[in-house]
Structure formats: structure tokens, C-alpha cells
Write a protein that binds this ligand. Structure first.
Ligand code: NAD
Length: 254
């Protein structure tokens, strides 16, 4: 599918990988709905790219449903391109100091990363399935964001890795199910990218992380994530799989 002339919805698009993807898709000619929990950031990105901002907590199913319907109404049609980038990256040991458990982190991480992605995917697919197919039978493409932690989860990443592993795992059954509607489902598993999520890390930890990236030996740039999203939209034979985008990094245990 070509990006130009289509409607796209990008979640978590007020920041980082989502903002870069929203900017890139708009530059390629898409009308973009910028969905984020943080409405101020979403509005700033939307203004910059002549798109619209929508506020929703992706873990709230009713809010996601309403946001997708509202975006479709404002942009005149449901999105054919959906990229889910909203996510959180909290770290916690399963059994912490003095036996403190971390169910709260596990629950919050799964709610936002996994349930949030599922909510957006399911409501987007519901709307896409009602669209007319394009000349090749395609109705839309859904791109979810996993993480290399899906395969190389580090100490402290049990919750995060579980959420991202589930996103990778649901890609194939979702693609198989939605094939009948001409909807493709893909996931991108980024390595370490230069976004506010990473900027929060202490310098020594960030330097240690970069030292593990074979080539290019630097953090990924958000526009490199957006370039892969563009290729997934453009290439109709990409379906039902998760692509690592990581400069060959394999995360060490800690
Ligand atoms: P970021 O923190 O820069 O952006 C995340 C955005 O999601 C923010 O704008 C935030 O407001 C929004 N968000 C968070 N919770 C939300 C919710 N419940 N509802 C709606 N919006 C919500 O992070 P990023 O680095 O751009 O990460 C984007 C995605 O990529 C995440 O899923 C993250 O897990 C994944 N990822 C990032 C990296 C990296 O190195 N940056 C690596 C692997 C995977």
C-alpha cells in the first residue's frame, strides 16, 4: 500500500518513535491522527504535520474505541495504516529487596504495552474491515511495537519482556485471522533508540548499552524506525512476523 493519500493513526505519537513515525508518514503524504495520553505533546506534533491530535489512554478500551471513531470522523475515513508505539518501560525485580514483590509494575506494564496494543489493534481492525478494499484486495496494515527484550530480556525486565513477547506472539495469529479482511499485521522489535525513554537512563548505563551495539555503534535514530514502518506499509508481502531493528545488538543479562 502506498502511504500517500491514506489516513494513518500512530499511538504514542507525542514522543520518540511514534512522533518520528507520524512526521515521516505525514511527509510521505498521509493524513495522520496523533494519539497520545499526553495531549499537549500530541497537539504539538499534530500542528507541525497538519494532522489531528487525539487523547486516549490505550489501556482503556472504551477510550481507544472512541478515539479511533473520533479520528475517523475528523479525517473522513478510518485509518488504513495504524502504528502502535504507546508504551512504558518500567524495570523491577520479580523479588526485590527485603522480599518486595513487583506485581504493580507487572500489571501496569502489561496493561499499557500489551492490552493497549491489543485494544488499538482490535478497534483499528474493526474499522479497517468496513473499508472498501484497494485494487490488490488490501484494506490496511497494523504495525505493533515489540522490543528486542522480547528475546533478550535483561534482569529487571520480566514485565517488559513479557509484554513485548506477547506482542510478538500475537502477530501471526492476528495476521492469520485478519487476512480474510485484507489486513496485514506486523511488529517491529527495536533495539536501543535515542528517545526520551532512553534519555531517562543514567549516563554510565547508556554508555554501557551503546558499547554493546556492533554496528552502527550508536543508539538507533527514531527516523530509522519510521523508515521500517514505511517499508512495511509499502511491501505487501510483509505479514505476520516481527522484525528486529537493532544494529545486531544482543542484550547481555544485565
Ligand atoms: P517515549 O516514552 O518517547 O514515547 C512513548 C509515548 O507513549 C509517550 O508520548 C507517552 O505519553 C505515550 N504513552 C505512554 N503510555 C500511554 C498510554 N497508556 N496511552 C497512550 N499513550 C501512552 O518512548 P519511545 O522510546 O518512543 O517508545 C515507543 C515504543 O517503542 C514503546 O512501546 C517502547 O516500549 C518501544 N521501544 C523503545 C525502545 C527505545 O530504545 N526507545 C526500544 C525498544 C522498544
Amino acid at each position: 500500500m502506498q502511504v500517500d493519500g491514506n489516513v494513518a493513526l500512530v499511538t504514542g505519537a507525542g514522543s520518540g518513535l511514534g512522533a518520528a513515525t507520524a512526521r515521516h508518514l505525514a511527509a510521505l503524504g498521509a493524513k495522520v491522527a496523533v494519539l497520545d495520553f499526553d495531549i499537549e505533546n500530541a497537539q504539538a506534533v499534530a500542528e507541525e504535520i497538519d494532522g489531528i491530535a487525539v487523547q486516549a489512554d490505550v489501556s482503556d478500551e472504551a477510550a481507544v474505541s472512541a478515539a479511533i471513531d473520533a479520528a475517523s470522523g475528523q479525517l473522513g475515513t478510518a485509518p488504513r495504516i495504524v502504528v502502535s508505539c504507546a508504551g512504558v518501560g518500567m524495570a523491577a525485580r520479580i523479588v526485590g529487596r527485603e522480599g518486595k514483590l513487583s506485581f504493580d509494575v507487572f500489571e501496569k506494564t502489561l496493561k499499557v504495552n500489551l492490552f493497549g496494543t491489543y485494544n488499538v489493534m482490535s478497534h483499528a481492525a474493526r474499522c479497517m474491515a468496513a473499508l472498501e478494499p484497494l485494487s490488490d484486495g488490501e484494506r490496511g496494515v497494523i504495525i505493533n511495537t515489540a522490543s528486542v527484550a522480547w528475546q533478550d530480556g535483561q534482569l529487571g525486565q520480566a514485565a517488559y519482556a513479557a509484554s513485548k513477547g506477547a506482542i510478538a506472539s500475537l502477530c501471526l495469529p492476528a495476521a492469520r485471522e485478519l487476512a480474510q479482511s485484507g489486513i496485514r499485521v506486523m511488529a517491529i522489535a527495536p533495539g536501543l533508540f535515542h528517545t526520551p525513554m532512553m534519555e531517562g537512563l543514567p549516563e554510565d548505563i547508556a554508555a554501557k548499552i551503546t558499547a554493546n551495539i556492533p554496528f552502527p555503534a550508536r543508539l538507533g535514530e527514531p527516523h530509522e524506525f519510521a523508515l521500517l514502518a514505511e517499508q512495511i506499509v509499502a511491501n505487501p508481502f510483509l505479514n505476520g512476523t516481527t522484525i528486529r531493528l537493532d544494529g545486531a545488538v544482543r542484550l547481555p543479562p544485565r
